[in-house]
Write a new protein. Structure first.
Length: 30
């Protein structure tokens, strides 16, 4: 984590994990 890039990278990581969670959840329901 370094400077302002750390926040942007962390936010992007959270978004990616959230999308993966939705995909996995949808796969379970299908």
């Amino acid at each position: 984590m370094g400077g302002g890039v750390g926040y942007g990278g962390g936010f992007a990581l959270i978004v990616v994990l959230f999308i993966l969670l939705i995909i996995v959840g949808a796969a379970w329901f299908i």
